[in-house]
Design a protein around this ligand. Sequence first.
Ligand code: GUN
Ligand code: ZN
Length: 431
Amino acid sequence: MTRILRGRLLSFKDSPRRAGAAAYRYLEDGALRIEAGCIVEVGEARDIMARAPAQAVVDDHSGRLILPGFIDTHIHYPQTRVIGSYGEQLLEWLQKYTFVEEQKFADPARAAAVASFFLDELARQGTTTAMVYCAVQPESAEAFFTEAERRNARMIAGKVMMDRNAPPALTDDPQRGYDESKALLTKWHGRGRLGYAISPRFAITSTPAQLEAAGALAREFPDAHVQTHLSENAAEIAMTKSLYPEARDYLDVYERVGLVGPKSVFGHCIHLEPREIASLARHRGVAAFCPTSNLFLGSGLFDEAGLDAAGVRVALATDVGAGTSYSMLQTANEAYKALQLRRQSWPALQAFYQLTQGNARALGLEDRIGALEPGLEADIVVLNSRATPAMAHRMESVDGDLKEELFVLMTMGDDRSVAQTYVAGEKAKPD
Ligand code: GUN
Ligand code: ZN
């Protein structure tokens, strides 16, 4: 089937911070043609429509913005009933809420139901790709991959490896964590649009032997991703240093076992020391900025400008359920505010670059997703800048300025602003 989307096309080729006006392409009356789940042609609507086959389905989104689908680089699917849990900081929050909820994922039926809810919610928010933590039970990852495959969604996920400092029901051991991860990776990595992320939860919940095993797996499968947490909270950093006295710093716990490389995404990275920053940049590792989570747990303020200037690859993420919104628009809103507190500027064009092309690059997926270009997969979000009365009212004073409109969208927008989501060229926003 041929499908044509018509509307205001916006797509980034590069970071506006580096490339300025050449960073993006905007077509006021543009269109793109989709065949077999991929974008095959992009251009002015009159040209694309003139060449369209007679039987093409035309989705007319005139007046709305059409962008590549949003990408969330760090999120926990077993935490859909943890989001909005009161009062604690990281280590207490994990024990009091998260480790209680994640035990329930031993039940495959529950895991399947939550995976379905979760993937519906991402589609509702215009998020078409995510890098996802499952729970420790391999059944939880199995359920997630099964549901993502059914929807033909481009997702990266992995079961967390954890073998200490957690309830017995949530611990594997170095051999079992390795074997179960390898079995899941072998089954799912590269199958359809799915990828595997080797996922040692963080230094505190793994023994040195388990991190060694995770590093061995990463060496065996160098094209798989690695995801973990790094330098989120003061008490966490102190405990990590006491558990790994031989490590030079927190990053070194991962570095010495070979877990730091261009496919590695580290959640938070708030309190990094100069050596860690230099090493993260040298190894091409990615720092995932999780603003709603960092504020919610009182973890601290991410240094976006500092890490970028030091050459660290930066991504943006929700980190639900410590994060408080599934919406990447709301995540950009909170990122902007958190950066304001550090007097760092983050213009709307930079934000929308990050939600799409920037996060695609962070995951090494820019040859598949993250732009509206021929040959890329047709994962797309359609945005309505007047979705609520307050937005429509505010838009009355925008007067054709794209940057201002984008800033209104990221400040006031959420799932109500997502008019439609396309996954591999098919409509995916739940009714
Ligand atoms: N560190 C280890 N596990 C987690 C988690 O589930 N959420 C957050 N925010 N930090 C973590
Ligand atoms: Zn996290």
